[in-house]
Ligand binder design. Structure first.
Ligand code: HEC
Length: 199
């Protein structure tokens, strides 16, 4: 065999051994499950990589949408409809979907999220996060101001009141089963009232 083919054979064996080793290791630690929590080092690495992917210009962008009650109301409705399924109305991430993803939805009221700049939050909402469940919402038929409004709402999350949460619950998407159940409940209540009137 020539020197080159020895080298190729050596490199191939090394890759094969590493691959088999990694597979065995990941099987043993249940590494392919989306239900295990990411390790600290994995989390750190993912956050570094994400931070590097955002340019300084993007990080430093100033929110062009002012902080007004109307903006907050619009963002709340948007969040309840599009984001709460994974992030929960209060941003805790404690939803069935959010907790069983890998990585799971973070608690966005915590400093880890709140310390990101407005520009970073905007970038994440528009582009999503690769290799995670976070979708990118930007697109030609969407107004980027909607994402800036959501940034305002994310800043509001640590101060969200119980009353605000209750109004948002009414704006969460309903499954066909839930719609049916509500309908039946309404009919039952109406029926009950009609019945009461006859006495
Ligand atoms: C299908 C589930 C899903 C939906 C829907 C979703 N997200 Fe996420 N989002 C995630 C997950 C999972 C992460 C965490 C990813 C990670 O750890 O890097 C995340 C992360 C984020 C982050 C970064 C927070 C941080 O500290 O790293 C922001 C900001 C965010 N989402 C905003 C939104 C907004 C706004 C919406 C609605 C327009 C939305 N997301 C809808 C799953 C979702």
């Amino acid at each position: 065999m020539s020197r080159l083919s020895w080298f190729a054979a050596g490199a191939f064996s090394l890759i094969a051994v590493l691959f088999i080793g990694a597979t065995v290791f990941l099987r043993r630690v249940d590494g392919f499950s989306a239900k295990t929590a990411p390790s600290t080092s994995e989390k750190w690495l993912a956050q570094r990589m994400r931070s590097m992917a955002v340019t300084a210009d993007t990080k430093g962008r100033v929110n062009p949408v002012s902080d007004s009650p109307e903006v907050l109301e619009q963002a709340k409705a948007h969040w309840a409809d599009h984001c709460a399924g994974c992030h929960a109305n209060n941003g805790s991430g404690r939803t069935e979907m959010g907790q069983h993803m890998y990585p799971p939805s973070p608690d966005m009221r915590e400093p880890e999220t709140q310390n990101l700049t407005d520009g970073e939050l905007f970038f994440i909402i528009e582009n999503g996060i690769r290799l995670t469940g976070m979708p990118g919402w930007g697109g030609r038929d969407r107004d980027p101001r909607d994402s800036w409004k959501l940034v305002r709402f994310i800043r509001h999350l640590p101060h969200l009141t119980a009353a605000e949460e209750r109004t948002m619950e009414k704006m969460n998407p309903r499954s066909p089963d839930e719609i049916k159940e509500e309908q039946e409940e309404k009919e039952f209540l109406n029926g009950g009232q009609a019945h009461a009137h006859t006495h």
